[in-house]
Structure formats: structure tokens, C-alpha cells
Design a protein around this ligand. Sequence first.
Ligand code: REX
Length: 423
Amino acid sequence: MRLPAHRRLTFGAALLAAAAALSPAATAHAAVIRPAATPAGASTAPAPRPDLDALVRALRSTTAAGAPGAMARFTGPGRPVAKAVGVRDRVGGAAMDPRARFRIGSVTKTFSAVVLLQLAAEGRLGLDDPVERHLPGLLPDGGRITVRHLLSHRSGLPDYTDAMFERTVPGFEAVRKKVFSPRELVGLVRRAPRAAQPGAAYAYSNTNFVIVGMLIEKATGHGVAQEYERRIIKPLGLDDTAYVHPATAVPGRHVRGYLHPDEAGAPLVDATEQTASWAQAAGAMISSPADLNTFVSALLGGRLLPPRMLDAMLVMSPTDAARTRFYGLGLRRYDLTCGVRVYGHTGTVQGYYTYAFATRDGRRALAAMANTSNRGQANTALGGTLEAVFCGGKSASGPTGRGLATTPRPTPADADADLPERG
Ligand code: REX
């Protein structure tokens, strides 16, 4: 198998990647923030120790908020640590299992961005190329929308899922077994009013990454599955990771996903089996906590992209008024309350919430998931795992009670595993 050029990067090149963050990035547009000169998380100050009691509390808050189960896996200087609470199967009663696979939703976008940036590094397309050059006639305004606009959600293209899932369960059941072509998905909003002029504003839209998938297929002549496999999954040995479309099952040991209906008190819908065709390169992958840890660490550690492409990925726009959340190219940045910055992505598909983040140097990584969705409180609670591990006792929510008196005792349903790192 021919390895792409960036696979020959050494750890020295990863250091160069950090150095490259100091130099002006290749392109600029309004309201973007360049990679920080001294990224938090890569500083010389000792990293806070993960607060594992707070981690378990965050997972318990997630199940208290309506998720049948939740789990997280952290990799850092010591042995990887994984925690799980609740169940991965409500019918069989199997406990949540940190080795199990699940649907990662939009974390897929980071995989898609990496593939596209590798293609850009190989000169197969340019980040500032208009979409029209590669996919003529796809969009009426494709001459003004660039590849970079798609990757940064600054194209102005509306999100076809807004109408599709306006009513959560009927919307889902209408597409659960459907197989769309990417062109059909784009066609749903091809002529719809734009959220903004191309380049003018951040507006998150799955449509952007469906087109990213089309660009990958156009540039390589292969389906996206083959390119994820060849460029990321195989080189990193991600045995639990795959693009599963349009097959409906999550193969192997997996977590069942449960969707909350909009109607209060209505029973949860088991959403595990679906084509995920509505999501495609925007969200149809499955993975496991260990694989997500490996992926985000490799990406931030400079092992998947040459420095100038990683640098481009890290040029961020704020996505919230408080300016603690940012988006780069297929990559989010969260500024935690303790000042640590973490990079990665979140994901939501029916039945599953995911967080996959790492520090700027890639040396500490967290993957967290809950097997529910359409339940904002559960997603927010799951987000508490980030503060627990990356801020430890330094979180703004205050000291986290390490003493015996305040440490929650594990319940029999809690799995608590120290898992060996993959070679
Ligand atoms: C689709 C609706 C959500 C889910 C969506 N998912 O756009 C993409 C993704 C792939 O992961 N995006 C998230 C459904 C936001 C991310 O980047 O983190 N909601 C659900 C509804 C609401 O149907 N009516 O919650 O399962």
C-alpha cells in the first residue's frame, strides 16, 4: 500500500507543526483567530491531573438527565483510564462498555477534513478553489463558495437536516432506511435562501460536509470509505472505526442508541439500526473510545497532516457570543474554564452523543459518549467530562471533592477499566 507523503512525518515534524503555528497562516478572512503562539495544553506548566471522581460524576449526571448509559476514556501521561455508567442495551441489560463501538455523528467531519486537507497537500485541489471548478453545476453559487468555506461552515449553505428533523421521531423514521445520493441531499437546499454570503459568517451546516465528501470522491475517483480507510484508519490501526453506509447495523460489540421523542414522557426509540445516509461524509462513521483517542492525538500531534495543513485547520472563528467555542476546518476548539484549550469535534446522531477532544500537543485526549440524543441536558452533562479531565481540580465549578466523604462510591452497574493502549 502506498502511504501518503505526510505518513513519513516524524515527531520532529510534529514539533515543526507547533512552530509553524507561530508564523502567519497562508490565508486570512474576517473574524478568524490564528493558531495561538503559546497554545494552552502545550505549555510548560504542568497539566492538571484528571479528576476521575468528577469524571464519574459527569457521567452519572448524564444518565440522571436521561441517557441509559455513558462512558469516557482518557489518555495522557499514564495508563489510559476508562469509566462507564449505566447500560449499553436497555433490553438485554448489558453494562456500558468502553470497548464498544457507537455512531460518532459529526466527529466524522474531522475525518473528512483530514482527507480533504491531505488531498490539498498533494496538490489535487486548493483550499481557495471554487466548488464550481471541481463540481460544475452542483450549486448555482458554486463559483463564489470555496473549499475553505465548506470546511469552516462559512459557505452560507443552509442545513437540509433542519427541515428533515423538524419533528424528531417522524423525521428520523422517514429516513432511517432511506439511501440518498450526495447530490440528492445537496439538492434539498440547492436553491434555498442562503444563511449568509459566502465567507461572511459561520453557519453550521451538514450540507458543507456532504459536498466535502463529493470533492473527495471527485479528486480520488474512490468512495469516501476507501479514502478514510487508506489514509487514516489503516495507518493508525483504528480497528473499531469505519464509514458504515448504507448498511444499517453497527457491527461487532456495540452500544445501542436511544432517541428521545419530542413529546415529554414518550418512550425512547431504539435508533441503532439506520442507513445514516442522511449524514454521509458529515456524520456516518462509527468508532470506539480508544480509536477516537488515537485519532485526535495523532491529528493534533502532527501525524496526519503536514504542518501547513494542520495550521490551516487551526485557524478558528468564534461560534458563540461568549467566545469560548470556535470552529476551524472540520475542527472545534473549546476554551475550558481553567484556561486549557482543547480541539476536536462533537457528534449527534439519533441515539448517540459524542465528544472527541485533545490538547494542542495531542498528548492528552478524551472520548466521551452517551447513548441518547434529542436530550440537551444529557449532552450538556456529558460535556462536563471535558472539564473533569482537562481541568481536574482547577475547573471554575470549584474544588471537586477528592476526599472520601464526597467521593461517590461506585455502584455495581459502573464499569471501571484501565485498558492497555493500542500499539
Ligand atoms: C441531526 C438531528 C443532528 C439529530 C445533526 N447531526 O445535524 C450532525 C452532528 C451529523 O453530529 N452535528 C452535531 C436529532 C450538532 C455536532 O456537530 O456536534 N435531533 C437527535 C432532532 C431534533 O431530530 N429535532 O438529537 O438525535
